[in-house]
Ligand binder design. Structure first.
Ligand code: GCW
Length: 718
């Protein structure tokens, strides 16, 4: 048998068109299913890969197709579908309800819920087989993707015993896609949703998008921007939304929409959108009923209200709970939910912006309906390269909180910078909230339902567009992948995820995987170093957010200005959030408030987030703060040089096209890291008036030169 497999493998290799294996453009993501070298894979004698599927459904069909594609591609097996008779080497997939064979196996499915699965090497009627079973068809599909992953990672597949289930219920991508296909903070082309040709043109790409999401367990998609347009709630658009929902359904993905709070006025002809006005509530109820008549498994609404100019209940002197509950009441009978965002800061509020979401939301704990989730960004400001975790986590014990991560790299170098966000998310998820006591991480807060059966979840702002490679660069795909993995299991390891992704996406050569994963793991600290070291934040250019502009201080609202965040002056730098300052530290549990309130106890990576310190403050390294800052900037730039060296060493070990693209993007990253470093130093030096420490080159231009740089056409604008 082994010989037959080897023979088939070489036959496939011989038939391949020369150069074909070298032409990859990234479209296949981590689902490349390229032939695995037999030497790297344990395929047991008798692995015939006959596929036994009893019962049919669109989801089981998708699972069977995926297996055939994956095993055909990787191992060269054709995988014929056979009826319910198990031969040696068969793969049996299904649920106890769909498959008498599986029902007869008495597998431990009890604790795996509606999305978990079991994969086991078993003997059935004296034959060796692999079973992929679950309580629901979608669990089977997830199990199939997991089985394929095992093969992609060259794991043994003859002694499998895997049981897995997601730790969070709602694992949702948020697309900030406008109806004209512009993607706010999008760096990967236009929106995937071609509204003009929907519902009739069903781009096969929609199915590939659904496959990719299902492969990492994503089960929900908000199709449109949180800066919302009510038009999507009108009948002609709902038909388009339905077309997408129909395509995604077999892959376990529900669609959600953003609801513009003023929609009753804009498309309903009412005079008000006051959530306590019965006419307004009645309008929403009718609208929601209409949506469910078109899309019976519609997921619900995501809402940005009273934030950055969006309408909301406060326009009528009502609070967030009033707004959310009014919608929740009409969604409830249909099984829909409201994801209400906590990303708020107000033009009228002079308090530290970092405090405002907590101040507005924490007092509302316990006032939301049970089908409302409050969706909280990982940090209290806005997706910066580094922020301490948001103090709302753990502080609303009676309200389901949903994590919101940003997968698109608005503040971390757009699509071109190689920045793997796994370590950043892990840092937030791993943080101990001390609520109610030590040992309660953000991840555990997310995972533990506030009441039995209460909803849990995680959202990620998508980095997906119609670029051929989906995410604007090869490496940006890793963040889409990692988001799915963390949403499935917030306790997963960033390093393992990076390795799995690298092996599936680039090469199964362990040396290549090691080089790539190592490079990825340090890349987030590098961007922190060259953009915002030591706890600095929000120093980017205005509007498009492309490049450095720490000098900006003349914008209408104080908290729009970088100068508001760094507060550099002749004496020092940093935002005092201790008792002597804004006292934002008091929003954390007492032990953390105490830790962050003390300069000496604050972890150095958050130093200037919480403290305003003199330029000659001594860091733990013994360096002055000023010298330390410069050292960090250079360390970040050097890391990018190191990534280029690593990448050079991989030439020829991976396909040329993706190697070349990444190589050129790393060049862009180096130029821009240098730009951030030089412009930041030029500016801060104009304030600190200190010489650069020895061995650190002065910026090649004066400050005015950096200030003069304009990029009016930078992508992704709001
Ligand atoms: O980070 C900011 C972005 C806005 C975005 C906002 C939000 C959708 O710059 O473009 O608006 O956050 O999260 O609502």
């Amino acid at each position: 048998m082994r010989h037959l497999i080897l023979f088939l493998y070489f036959l496939m290799a011989a038939l391949a068109i020369p150069g074909q294996a070298n032409a990859e453009d990234g479209y296949d993501l981590w689902l490349r299913y390229r032939p695995i070298e037999p030497a790297r894979h344990i395929v047991y004698d008798g692995f015939t890969a006959l596929l036994v599927v009893e019962g049919r459904s669109p989801t089981l069909d998708a699972a069977a197709r995926e297996l055939q594609m994956g095993i055909g591609g990787m191992l060269g097996h054709r995988m014929p579908l056979v009826p319910g008779v198990v031969a040696d080497g068969a793969i049996v997939i299904g649920t106890p309800a769909s498959s008498p064979i599986i029902a007869g196996l008495n597998l431990p499915l009890g604790s795996l819920g509606s999305e978990g699965f079991v994969i086991r090497s078993v003997r059935i009627g004296g034959k060796d087989a692999t079973v992929i079973a679950a309580n629901s068809d979608i669990g089977v599909l997830y199990g199939v993707f997991r089985f394929l992953r095992e093969i992609q990672l060259a794991e043994r597949i003859d002694k499998l015993d895997i049981a897995d289930a997601p730790k969070l219920q709602r694992r949702v991508l948020n697309h900030w896609d406008n109806l004209d296909r512009h993607v706010e903070r999008g760096y990967s082309g236009l929106s995937l949703w071609d509204w003009q040709t929907l519902p009739t043109f069903r781009d096969p790409r929609y199915t590939d998008y659904a496959r990719a999401n299902a492969s990492i367990g994503i089960n929900g998609v908000v199709l449109n921007n949180v800066n919302a347009n009510a038009t999507i709630l009108t009948a002609p658009w709902l038909v388009k939304v339905k077309a997408l929902a129909d395509i995604f359904r077999p892959y376990g993905i529900r669609v959600y929409l953003t609801a513009r709070f003023s929609a009753p006025i804009e498309i309903g002809g009412l005079k008000s959108a006051d959530p306590l006005d019965p006419a307004v509530a009645a309008w929403w109820k009718a609208k929601i009923d209409e949506i469910y008549a078109v899309i019976p498994d519609f997921g619900g609404f995501l809402i940005k209200a009273n934030s950055e100019g969006q309408p909301g209940p406060q326009d009528y002197k009502r609070n967030h709970a009033d707004g959310a509950n009014m919608l929740a009441d009409s969604l409830k009978p249909h099984g829909g939910i409201v994801m209400w965002r906590a990303f708020v800061y107000s033009a009228e509020n002079a308090d530290d912006r970092a405090k405002q979401a907590y101040s507005e939301f924490q007092p509302l704990d316990g006032q939301f309906r049970d089908n409302v989730m409050v969706q909280v960004k990982n940090g209290a400001i806005d997706f910066q390269p580094r922020e301490p975790f948001h103090p709302l986590f753990g502080a609303m014990p009676r309200t389901p909180l949903m994590m919101e991560f940003q997968i698109t790299k608005e503040y971390l170098g757009f699509n071109t910078h190689l920045v793997y966000l796994g370590p950043m998310w892990k840092e937030a998820l791993h943080a101990d909230t001390f609520r109610p006591t030590k040992g309660n991480s953000v991840a555990s807060i997310l995972e533990k339902p506030v009441d039995p059966g209460a909803v849990t979840g995680m959202a990620g702002v998508a980095n997906i567009g119609n670029d051929r490679n989906w995410s604007g660069s090869q490496f940006a795909q890793s963040n889409w992948y990692a988001f799915g993995r963390f949403a499935w299991n917030p306790e997963d390891s960033a390093d393992t995820i990076a390795r799995d992704w690298a092996a599936m996406t680039w090469s199964d050569d362990p040396a290549v995987v090691d080089a790539i994963a190592t490079m990825m793991m340090g890349s987030r600290e590098a961007v922190v170093d060259y953009m915002t070291p030591l706890g600095l934040a929000h120093l980017m250019a205005t509007g498009h957010h492309y490049g450095p502009a720490p000098w900006v201080s003349d914008l209408a609202r104080p908290e729009w200005n970088p100068a508001y965040y760094h507060k550099a002056d002749a004496n020092g730098i940093g935002f005092d959030r201790t008792k002597s300052g804004s006292n934002a530290v008091a929003q954390y549990a007492a032990p953390l408030a105490e830790q962050f309130g003390s300069v000496k106890k604050t972890p150095e990576e958050f130093l200037l987030w919480f403290h305003h310190l003199p330029w000659d403050y001594r860091l733990r390294s013994g360096q002055t703060l000023w010298d330390g800052l410069i050292t960090h900037y250079d360390k970040g730039v050097d890391y990018v040089r190191g990534m280029i060296a690593t990448w050079d060493s991989l030439k020829g070990k991976i396909d040329d096209q993706r190697w070349e693209e990444t190589h050129m993007f790393l060049e862009i990253q180096l130029q821009e890291a240098q730009w951030w470093r030089d412009a930041s130093i030029a500016y801060f030096q104009s304030i600190s008036k200190r010489p650069l420490p020895e061995g650190h080159a002065p910026p090649p231009h004066d400050l005015d030169w950096y200030k003069a740089i304009q990029n009016p056409y930078a992508p992704g604008r709001s």
